[in-house]
Design a protein. Structure first.
Length: 712
């Protein structure tokens, strides 16, 4: 039976439809906002034997047919997911994953397809809402529904579900997902938004998403679907066997400032217990308890140790809740590259390198919307040696793409405009060591490397990750979490920004949501840590270097009359090729008349610019030009004063006396200084050599009189 429910959000109708498509799926929903339509289906399967994690898979696809386009490139069928598709799949996954009970390990797949795109409303947030609705209809223990809302801000006014055009004008792009009671996920970027304003925007979004949660409950009721009753698995028999004595030993072993020492200490106790409970490599104990159950119970014991230490105010590595690890910064550690920096925070280390290029190096981004050219890129690499592991090297995974884009969008707001700095910029963050928040370390290293490269940033940016541990109604907010705290505690709240405000924010949770009190406390504690980081970073480099690297290309931009683009290009590209071949420069021309010249050094660029200026400049009345006689007639001489531009110097203007014949004054190929005395309606130029001679004579007389006065 087809069921449709709808409500108004952000001034437009949002509708959910089920019972029409994909009836064999566990749950399926069609969501529409404006003329953008997304279809989401969920499918379930039994747990795989021996699995000890929740195998949730989220896939999101934007086939270009949804906006009436063919895929770009040679192949006309979509292949591997794009960066946008991967980021949206992660956005959908993150608020859903915490809302399943511990011990539920059934296979669960969520597939989201954009069916129609109106070019106005972005489908990414719709995917989150439809995924939640599909799960509410599925036979799974989902503790939803959740809603998701994008918020923009124009002239200080918060706008729910802004259009693409509004986002382009907005100083904030914020996505918040959560239940009616609490916030579960945040992803946002802004132009140095103060903490209190960011918190207000988050709570505004949370209020709006409540409407969508209620709409999903209405859909479930009308579809006649009863909430799924989940029967929790029996208690793990090892919980009673791992007593307080074992816990105290583990607690002591895990307290160290060095990650490897903590791991070795816990491993030694684990190996000892395995030998005790599973002698001679047995798979089960005498009472039938399995190794998997032991592993789960031991993991819970480690979790208890981490959380109780954090709640006590003394963390695993001995720090207080608001304390940063030791930080060190170095700029320019690598020769030849255009900029580089090494940022180390505790056992997390990022080495960043910067490459400056021309407009030809921009990244083309194709998809549902108009093709874009990306001027700034930050690529994040997480090799296995950074965590002391050995595993195959393949292409960047979802995590690497997500972390790189988070750092990229956190730094982008402080970059200079293309008019002020016309370079294409690529940053690579190589994670050398990792023990907590390497993405925020990438923000710091990228900032330092950009300053080392001479990129005139508006403000330096730093980033920090804040954790959370709760116990009943009490909570502790943890600055600069390490890997074990990220794994065993409740929150990873990343905040990046300048001394003025926030540029990037991302929240991931393992519990069922956080309150406004926790959000505001986190933002305040993150600001304190961020300012401490910025002070340390600025001891390594106070401001961007005055000059870019000698190995970086030199760029210069100028603006010409768009009507003269054809003149600069020449027939079949003859003119522009000739300039490039003669000077060794590269010339790029945009439709608005912006010309970018690049070369290996300044002299190459200046030589090419001189050609371009001479070829395209406007002829101005009253200006003196060095010209070349191109043609001689009885009535005067035609003189080329700019490439392809001749003017007539009438015989009466060739000299201040009587001229019997033009040939008495000049011949073909002679260089003459002439002054433009008129340009008529047909763009014909009239020149005068006589006017130049008169000015020169006046200057000579003036110099002579000045000399006589000086002698007297």
């Amino acid at each position: 039976m087809k069921v449709v429910v709808e409500c108004e959000v952000g001034g437009q109708k949002l509708s959910l439809t089920t019972g029409q498509l994909a009836k064999q799926a566990a749950g399926s929903v069609l969501i529409q906002y404006g003329e953008t339509v997304v279809f989401v289906a969920s499918a379930t399967g039994p747990a795989r034997p021996g699995i000890d994690f929740f195998p949730l898979t989220v896939d999101y696809r934007e086939r270009t047919a949804a906006s009436g386009k063919f895929p770009g490139g040679f192949l006309k069928r979509e292949g591997r997911p794009t960066t946008k598709e991967i980021l949206t799949a992660r956005l959908t996954d993150r608020p859903i994953r915490p809302l399943f009970p511990k011990g539920f390990n059934d296979e669960l797949q969520i597939m989201s397809n954009v069916m129609s795109c109106d070019g106005v409303n972005d489908p990414d947030v719709l995917s989150i809402n439809a995924a939640s609705a599909a799960l509410c209809l599925s036979p799974v223990p989902f503790k939803g529904p959740i809603g998701a809302v994008r918020v923009g801000r124009i002239d200080g006014e918060l706008i729910p579900f802004p259009t693409r055009e509004q986002i382009a004008e907005s100083d904030l792009d914020l996505i918040v997902a959560g239940t009616v009671e609490s916030v579960l996920m945040i992803e946002g970027f802004g132009d140095q938004i103060p903490e209190d304003e960011m918190a207000a925007a988050i709570m505004f979004a949370h209020k709006e998403l409540g409407k969508i949660c209620k709409l999903q409950l209405e859909l479930r009721d009308k579809a006649g679907v009863e909430p799924f009753e989940y029967e929790a698995p029996p208690e793990n028999p090892f919980i009673a066997k791992l007593d307080d004595a074992i816990y105290q030993r583990l607690n002591s072993a895990m307290q160290s400032t060095v990650k490897a020492e903590r791991r070795e200490g816990a491993k030694a106790i684990r190996d000892e217990l395995i030998e005790k409970f599973f002698p001679e490599e047995a798979e089960t104990t005498e009472d039938g308890a399995t190794r998997a159950q032991f592993g789960e119970a031991f993991h819970d014991l480690e979790e208890r140790a981490v959380r109780e230490l954090a709640m006590s105010g003394r963390r695993l590595d001995g720090r207080t809740p608001d304390m940063l690890r030791d930080v060190s910064c170095e700029t320019g550690p690598l020769p030849r590259v255009h900029g580089s920096a090494l940022f180390t925070r505790g056992e997390t280390q990022s080495l960043a390198t910067v490459t400056l290029g021309t407009s030809r190096d921009k990244q083309r981004v194709d998809g549902l919307f108009e093709e874009e050219l990306q001027r700034f890129m930050l690529h994040y690499y997480f090799p296995p040696y950074s965590v002391g592991e050995c595993r195959p090297i393949r292409g960047p995974g979802r995590r690497e793409i997500g972390h790189g884009c988070l750092a990229e969008r956190s730094v982008a707001p402080v970059l200079p405009s293309e008019e002020d700095f016309p370079y294409t910029i690529r940053v690579i963050s190589d994670i050398m060591e990792s023990n907590g928040s390497s993405s925020m370390a990438s923000v710091c290293s990228a900032t330092l490397a950009l300053m080392d490269a001479g990129v005139p940033l508006r403000q330096p940016v730093a980033g920090i990750s804040i954790g959370l541990v709760t116990s009943g109604d009490e909570f502790k907010v943890l600055t600069d979490i390490i890997g074990d705290e990220d794994h065993f505690c409740d929150m990873d709240f990343k905040v990046a920004g300048t001394q003025k405000g926030i540029t990037g924010i991302q929240l991931d949770l393992k519990n069922e949501g956080i309150s406004e009190e926790i959000i505001r406390a986190t933002l305040d504690q993150a600001k304190t840590a961020r300012l401490d980081l910025l002070r340390t970073m600025l001891t390594a480099i106070r401001r961007p270097r005055a000059e870019i690297s000698a190995y970086a290309p030199r760029l210069h931009q100028t603006k010409i009359n768009p009507e003269k683009i054809g003149l600069l290009i020449g027939p079949g590209g003859k003119t522009i090729r000739a300039i490039q071949e003669e000077t060794g420069a590269t010339i790029d021309i945009q439709d608005d008349g912006t010309v970018t010249v690049s070369g290996g050094n300044v002299s190459v660029v200046e030589k090419a610019m001189a050609h371009i200026e001479a070829l395209t400049e406007e002829i101005r009345v009253g200006r003196i030009y060095d010209g070349v006689v191109s043609s001689i007639k009885e009535f005067g001489a035609f003189i080329e004063i700019a490439p392809g531009k001749d003017g007539l110097c009438h015989i009466s203007e060739l000299s201040d006396g009587f001229v019997k014949s033009v040939g008495d004054i000049c011949k073909m190929g002679d260089r003459l200084q002439v002054k433009v005395i008129a340009v008529d309606d047909q763009n014909r130029v009239k020149l005068s050599r006589k006017a130049v001679l008169a000015e020169q004579a006046a200057e000579s007389n003036g110099d002579g009189e000045a000399a006589e006065a000086e002698e007297e």
